[in-house]
Design a protein around this ligand. Structure first.
Ligand SMILES: NC(=O)C1=CN([C@@H]2O[C@H](COP(=O)(O)OP(=O)(O)OC[C@H]3O[C@@H](n4cnc5c(N)ncnc54)[C@H](OP(=O)(O)O)[C@@H]3O)[C@@H](O)[C@H]2O)C=CC1
Ligand SMILES: O=C(O)C(=O)CO
Length: 333
């Protein structure tokens, strides 16, 4: 018999992530409740949901309490979340014995692609050269000549989690020397990845380009500060697609002002968006993008595909690949 299933969240997001093709495959495997239910609608639909065994969601997932989960979804066994971080809603489900499965590995793909592209460009001095070129081609060329390019340049990866590791994989063809700051990365894994483990001070003082991929957990708040940014090489680039909270922004601004040939490329800031009076908006050596590294439009469908594949494993009673545990939530994004 087909499993009773439910979509939880905002219809627009659900439809973007679960494309008609994925939806057709899910429909073949499960018997879906006819409506997508948002957080506020559980009281209204509650009694009809008591046989639901599996739920699917994405961005816009309802934050239900343990009490609500037990009341409205007493037979729920697994929740498939077709997006990245589950920090904001997973704990009550896990406490109720519901398996929580995330597509964070799928969301990591576009972030890693975006970052790897930025690293390759940063090592050539692309970001400021492109701006300078409009003022003076000669000045831009002189500036560009200070950069090593992509042969044997040192690149620093901060956090070798899902995204950090994918960036390392994508950079393999470039013959770069990669240093990694990740206190939890086992030595054998560093050997397998062909990277050198290092402290933050070493990464900042030696690397041409440094990219942040730390999880946004209380322990990493403000972890990147003046003692690191002040060590950046004169033409180094700092990339942040992680989260703004990990950066002491005033310290970054000071280090960039002290040496304007340094560059920061920030997809994320804190707060986000950048306030209109922020110095970041005035500085030529700061490139801002509006949090676009993660899954965008068609890329979002990949997250639905991963959720479908995990559900297939669930139906076949195979081990799930992307289950999240309470222990994992202590250090994951
Ligand atoms: N800009 C965008 O659009 C997007 C941004 N992101 C952000 O990218 C970042 C990385 O995501 P992802 O790779 O999926 O996350 P993961 O959870 O897979 O990796 C996080 C990394 O942070 C490390 N870490 C956790 N706690 C600490 C600590 N106390 N000290 C040092 N290191 C620590 C982890 O260590 P370990 O695992 O080794 O224990 C791991 O290497 C997150 O901040 C996430 O929010 C994600 C998606 C899109
Ligand atoms: O999923 C995330 O964590 C994002 O930053 C948006 O893609």
């Amino acid at each position: 018999m087909k499993k009773k299933a439910l979509f939880i969240g905002r219809p627009q997001s659900i439809q973007m992530v679960y494309s008609p093709e994925i939806r057709a495959e899910l429909d073949a495997l499960a018997d879906f409740y006819p409506e997508i239910v948002s957080g506020e609608q559980f009281a209204q639909h509650g009694p009809a949901l008591k046989h639901v065994e599996v739920a699917f969601s994405t961005w816009g997932m309802a934050k239900l309490s343990e009490d609500e989960i037990r009341r409205y979804l007493p037979n729920l066994k697994a929740l498939f979340y077709a997006a990245g971080s589950v920090q904001s809603f997973a704990r009550p489900f896990l406490h109720c014995g519901v398996a929580v499965v995330s597509s964070w590995a799928a969301n990591a793909v576009p972030v890693a692609e975006y970052t790897a592209a930025q690293i390759v460009l940063a090592n050539k001095g692309y970001f400021q050269s492109a701006l300078l070129c409009k003022r003076s081609r000669q000045e831009a060329a002189r500036y560009g000549r200070e950069f090593p390019g992509n042969y044997k340049a040192k690149v620093g990866i901060i956090g070798a989690g899902m995204i950090g590791r994918k960036v390392i994989e994508l950079l393999k063809p470039y013959e770069l020397d990669i240093m990694v700051f990740d206190p939890f990365l086992p030595d054998e894994a560093a050997v397998r990845l062909n990277v050198v483990k290092a402290g933050l001070a070493e990464v900042f003082s030696q690397c041409q380009t440094i990219s942040n991929h730390l999880a946004n957990v209380p322990e990493t708040a403000g972890m990147l500060s003046g003692e690191h940014f002040d060590r950046m090489l004169p033409h180094a680039t700092f990339l942040n697609t992680g989260r703004g909270q990990q950066v002491v922004e005033a310290d970054l601004i000071r280090a960039l002002k002290a040496v304007p040939t340094r560059t920061a490329v920030l997809d994320v800031t804190y707060p986000e968006p950048v306030p209109p009076d922020s110095e970041l908006l005035q500085m030529d050596n700061v490139i801002l993008t509006p949090h676009i590294a993660g899954s965008n439009r068609m890329e979002a469908e990949r997250m639905g595909k991963y959720a479908l594949e995990e559900f297939r494993r669930y139906v076949r009673e195979e081990a799930l690949q992307y289950g999240v545990s309470l222990k994992m939530l202590e250090t994951m994004a």
